[in-house]
Design a protein around this ligand. Sequence first.
Ligand code: NAD
Length: 508
Amino acid sequence: MASSSSSTRTVPLLIDGRLVESRSTQWRDIVNPATQQVLARVPLATREEVDAAVASAAEAFKTWRKTAIGTRARIFLKYQQLIRDNMKALAAILTAEQGKTLADAEGDVFRGLEVVEHAAAIGNLQLGELANNVAGGVDTYTLLQPLGVCAGITPFNFPAMIPLWMFPMAIATGNTFVLKPSEQDPMVTMRLAELAMEAGVPPGVLNVVHGAEDVVNALCDHPDIKAISFVGSTRVGTHVYQRASLAGKRVQCMMGAKNHAVVLPDAHKEQTLNALLGASFGAAGQRCMAVSVAVLVGAAREWVPDLVAKAKTLKVGAGDRPDTDVGPLISCAAKDRVTALIQRGTDEGATLALDGRRPVLAEGNAPAAAEGNFVGPTILTGVKPGMQVYDQEIFGPVLCVAEAETLDDAIAMINANPNGNGTAVFTQSGAAARKFQEEIDVGQVGINVPIPVPVPLFSFSGSRASKLGDLGPYGKQVVLFYTQTKTVTERWFEDDVTTGVNTTISLK
Ligand code: NAD
């Protein structure tokens, strides 16, 4: 692997409206996963730098919380335009450090941009309620007030979309924010933060600190942070939830997954196979909503040869090549973990219908791509609960194929799996789809839609082991997450009316 030199560019922190070089002695390389080229170095911020970011956010909150709705909304109107204007450049940074294809990187930015557009409508979203005459001459109304300093901790797999799930809505609702991006690919996130400043987010309202475990723990413990949004693995999310909750914070954690797609024999075959492959192998399987288990029901079990034949047509290579379908995994460690799990699957009795462990790269890839973290589309059949490839989240381009006799059996398998992030059913029967939607215990359901991530008019709604906390990111739920409800009960006395002393609890 190439190593960095002192001339390698460094990723700054954003504190109090200024891009500052960290004083940390601990840095790590940001590596292009398609070539191992070192792109930049990112600091693991010091405790003093984390404190400075939180202090800046706390100071900024004093004025930002009172800023007019229209002022807040107009910043996000400008921000969405800046993101659009910079879409190609953002996607290029994202692909270089994360690996996904340029088209998919634009999708990553776009799904975040949709949240920014929604944040621009904050005037309609942060409305309280009013009940007139709850007692004689008494009205009750609610205010949705911001919490204070909020923090966000994000994963490597959507370095644009997931930070944009968090800070635009937190800031639009009147909070200030400290963001801790993934240390594996923080550059596109940083560029988005710079554009937010350009759009008019005032100094201190958005701060960015880099780091890993120690910085995350410092945010969880910090007494001046009121709420934490986390997206990442179940192991880390559970830790963050427990630690930050113990410190008295409001916490929401979106975590790992094992998403099943059920294929009924009456499904539209061609469309279903296409959907399965796109959802399993897109972004090299590194999506929290990737389809990682296909449950073939009844006669759909005969579709495996066609599934494999189609998977073989996908091109593996660097994400910046226009013909690439499947880019590299994020790191050498991720590649080692995924290939070891594939081996484990065969050792435990699954059949390797397609082995992507030594992929042939598509023509035209640069010689440096020989060093990339590539794993090609892999299909394991005969997968059952209890095997490691079923029980663990693989997070790579590996589709496990399981079988079920009936729709009831398929539903029972999914409901017995601890995760509840996403699921899908493929069928042309409305009755079967409705039964699935009613009986499945998973938070996000697709009907002939393989990756049912809701748009920001709704909220992301994973469930069970995929989520801790009640309220999801973006949309209506996050307005409640980032605000506290104050209820005001008011009466105005008319000069000539006295009610006397009332020692009972009732309001009349
Ligand atoms: P990760 O949990 O390793 O890292 C997430 C964040 O936690 C990063 O910012 C990282 O720096 C920090 N972190 C890592 N180790 C830590 C530790 N020991 N203590 C404290 N903080 C730590 O996740 P990842 O590998 O970056 O992302 C992939 C995971 O994220 C997958 O499990 C995927 O399913 C999940 N994910 C879930 C959703 C969702 O909405 N449910 C969305 C995207 C990704």
